[in-house]
Write a protein that binds this ligand. Structure first.
Ligand SMILES: [Fe+2]
Ligand SMILES: [Fe+2]
Length: 400
């Protein structure tokens, strides 16, 4: 015996029309229906029948009149047929990161259902291996938790007075740091603008890295001006070295040259300045910036480790990029005399032959530590010991 048909579900819209939000009640009613059940709609709005007909037509729903009442039958909303989930697909958990991000997903949230006909966006970096890091989410969270306010975290009122030549040396080093920070801000920013937002964690990680660099630019600039000085010298060699970072052909080469080798060396430099800077303000800002830099290095390492695991051939391309940069910089002076001498003076602490000799030895020691750090990071990325040592030595003498 056939089961009696389910009576239609009744919906009374009262005076509410589709120009006033009635679709919320219609959708609510449609969702509450049992399978196969019709929705009987009542209402006193003058244009209800006309508007409801158009609304149903657009969604592929059938509208008829049963016993004198408007009745909707049919189930699916045609507008969302052909929509695509912005994720790795049905075989993966909902919202899973895809190996390739579709241009048609545009700027939609990862996992969103994207309507067919949405515009395509052109993001040159849309392949997971080209940018992904499994550590990006953790590093982003760590960076958010470690943000500091330059006004609060630095005791700008600390009282100190340095001999003119020592203050000059600090200002020269700060001037050099600012140009390096400008490069460290702009180079990842250029790649960030090319990345498909499907890879959310990486974008967040780079965005906060850029915010870190903005603070570094600020504090080093403020230290220059603290005693009324103007910025000091910017040399052609230092700028030539930084310019090669802007010429990196892709994000992976950039991650190696800037993050793994350059910012890695800067962690050593900032530790050195934290130890030897002659005033508390310089020591504080170098400590704060150095902490941020360690995260930037960690991100570069984790991205390259991930990409190398899926593209082992990348290793030789990275090595070739270090060589190419070395050759491009062969005619420049390397670390400029002004910065080198300023570092020696800060590490010497006095104008005596003994003190200067000690300062000189400390700077040599710093450079050896930088090279050793670069070598060990390259080994961690799977470079053979000899190749790693050679590449570590071929890194720019300008540190970044
Ligand atoms: Fe920085
Ligand atoms: Fe950095």
């Amino acid at each position: 015996m056939a089961e009696p048909p389910t009576p239609p579900l009744a919906l009374d819209l009262g005076p509410l029309g589709l120009d006033g939000g009635a679709q919320l009640l219609l959708n609510h009613g449609l969702r509450r229906r049992a399978p196969g059940q019709a929705l009987r709609v009542q209402g006193s709005h003058t244009d209800l029948a006309l508007h409801l007909a158009a609304w149903c037509r657009k969604r592929g729903l059938a509208l008829g009149t049963v016993d004198g009442a408007l009745t909707i039958t049919g189930g699916t909303d045609a507008r969302w047929q052909g929509a695509a989930r912005a994720d790795a697909g049905q075989a993966s958990p909902p919202g899973a990161v895809a190996d390739r991000a579709d241009a048609r997903w545009g700027v939609a949230a990862r996992g969103a259902l994207v309507e067919a006909g949405a515009p395509e966006f052109h993001f040159p970096l849309s392949d997971k291996p080209a940018l992904w890091s499994d550590d990006a989410a953790r590093l982003y969270a760590a960076a958010v938790a470690a943000q500091w306010d330059p006004d609060v975290a630095v005791d700008w009122q600390a009282e100190f007075e340095l001999p003119d030549e020592v203050e000059d040396a600090v200002v020269q080093v700060m001037t050099y740091l600012v140009e390096n920070e400008n490069a460290a801000l702009l180079v990842p920013a250029r790649f960030l603008g090319q990345m498909h937002p499907h890879y959310r964690e990486v974008l967040q990680c780079l965005a906060i890295t850029i915010a870190d660099e903005a603070r570094h630019v600020e504090v080093f600039t403020r230290r220059i001006a603290l005693k009324g000085r103007r910025p000091a010298l910017s040399t052609a060699g230092a700028q030539a070295s930084l310019k090669t970072l802007f010429d990196a052909p892709d994000f992976s080469v950039s991650s190696l040259l800037l993050a793994v080798l350059g910012e890695g060396s800067f962690v050593n430099l900032l530790n050195f300045l934290q130890a030897w800077a002659p005033d508390p303000v310089t020591r504080q800002i170098c400590r704060l910036a150095g902490r941020d830099e360690a995260r930037h290095v960690a991100f570069g390492m984790s991205h390259l480790a991930w990409q190398l695991a899926v593209e082992p051939d990348l290793r030789s391309r990275l090595g070739a990029a270090v060589d190419a940069r070395h050759d491009a910089l062969a005619d420049t002076d390397g670390l400029n005399e002004e910065v080198f001498d300023a570092l020696v003076l800060l590490a010497a602490g006095a104008f005596t032959p003994e003190a200067i000799a000690a300062g000189h030895a400390r700077v040599q020691q710093l450079m050896a530590e930088m090279a050793e750090g670069r070598r060990s990071r390259l080994v961690k990325l799977g470079f053979g010991p000899e190749v790693a040592a050679a590449l570590a030595q071929r890194h720019t003498r300008n540190f970044m």
